[in-house]
Design a protein around this ligand. Structure first.
Ligand SMILES: NC(=O)c1ccc[n+]([C@@H]2O[C@H](COP(=O)([O-])OP(=O)(O)OC[C@H]3O[C@@H](n4cnc5c(N)ncnc54)[C@H](O)[C@@H]3O)[C@@H](O)[C@H]2O)c1
Length: 287
């Protein structure tokens, strides 16, 4: 996609962090933006902040875990703006510090439901619209550096979901390339970008999912991660990187390309038949 002015973007998980940064970057090049999130009050504030900057922005409440809710987001977008050109399946939740054999099924359901099935619902509801329009369009799925490298033990559930989002995106790009020259896909793999993901974890987690605050290990992990995120890339800058990648039709989007060599550790383990190599800190504790 080369033209953005007047085109329509939809971003899930847009009430804060990377999603809001994406919406701001799109609005700055004259796109009309639909911000979507499951947190109503925060969503209203985000929409208002964009409108104050002069953007044409709308807010649609949606829970990406629910296919009907995502379909209503797609229908509402087309009803409001007449089409859609950029779709960012970005909503996500923080890692949880659970042992795989102890994580309650509600935790698996929450992580995989939000990040894998949320992306699936976005693909099912929006890709047919993008293809039918017959004009350039782009899907951006937010995974993580954690979806490209070997997991750190504190984040195994989260990283399982993010590896899934990378695989989904690779499959989508492959399938799209067989049926369209106009519609492309990218996968966003952020490292440390400033966001509210750990505070939102506490607000959004289902009852059965442990609070990070319940154990000393959890408290320590969150304190460390918040420190790294606080020193991370501003979310708006991540939004600009994504905008440029859409323009360049780049598939893998790394906010921190200097960390790409960590992928080699995993690949080397596969080639050698050895155990997976863990990345060094701070990425071995990625959000
Ligand atoms: N911040 C980073 O450094 C980083 C690193 C790797 C990956 N990511 C990924 O980036 C994406 C954005 O995260 P962030 O760090 O900006 O966090 P964030 O918490 O600031 O933003 C995520 C948004 O998603 C929303 N959300 C959560 N569950 C939802 C649901 N079921 N339906 C709709 N909205 C929902 C939250 O309300 C929140 O506003 C996530 O997918 C996350 O995994 C972030």
């Amino acid at each position: 996609m080369k033209e953005f002015e007047g085109r329509i973007a939809v971003v899930t998980g847009a009430a804060s962090g990377i999603g809001l940064g994406l919406a701001e970057a799109f609005a700055a090049v004259g796109m009309k933006v639909v911000l979507s999130d499951v947190r109503e009050e925060a969503l209203a504030k985000a929409v208002e902040s964009l409108r104050t900057e002069g953007a044409e922005a709308a807010g649609i409440l949606a829970d990406v875990r629910d296919p009907a809710s995502v379909q209503a987001l797609a229908d509402g977008t087309v009803e409001r703006f007449g089409g859609v050109h950029v779709v960012c399946n970005n909503a996500g939740v923080a890692s949880s510090n659970s042992l795989l054999w102890e994580a309650p099924l509600e935790e698996w359901d929450w992580h995989l439901g939000t990040m894998i099935m949320g992306t699936v619902h976005g693909i099912r509801s929006f890709v047919p619209i993008l293809l039918d329009q017959g004009v350039p369009g782009h899907v951006v799925n937010t995974a993580s550096m954690g979806g490209l490298i070997t997991g750190s033990s504190s984040e195994a559930v989260y990283m399982t979901a993010k590896h899934g989002v990378v695989a989904l995106s690779e499959g989508l790009q492959d399938q799209l390339s067989a049926v369209s020259e106009q519609v492309k896909c990218s996968v966003l793999c952020p490292a440390f970008v400033t966001s509210n993901v750990f505070d939102n974890y506490e607000d959004l987690r289902p009852e059965a999912v442990k609070s990070h605050q319940e154990t000393e290990a959890g408290r320590q992990m969150v304190a460390g991660m918040k420190q790294f995120l606080g020193m991370g890339m501003p979310a708006r800058e991540a939004g600009e990187i994504v905008l440029q990648a859409i323009r360049d039709e780049r598939f893998y989007i790394l906010t921190h390309p200097e960390w790409a060599s960590m992928v080699e550790g995993r690949v080397q383990g596969i080639l050698d038949g050895s155990e997976p190599l863990r990345p060094p800190p701070p990425i071995g504790g990625l959000g």
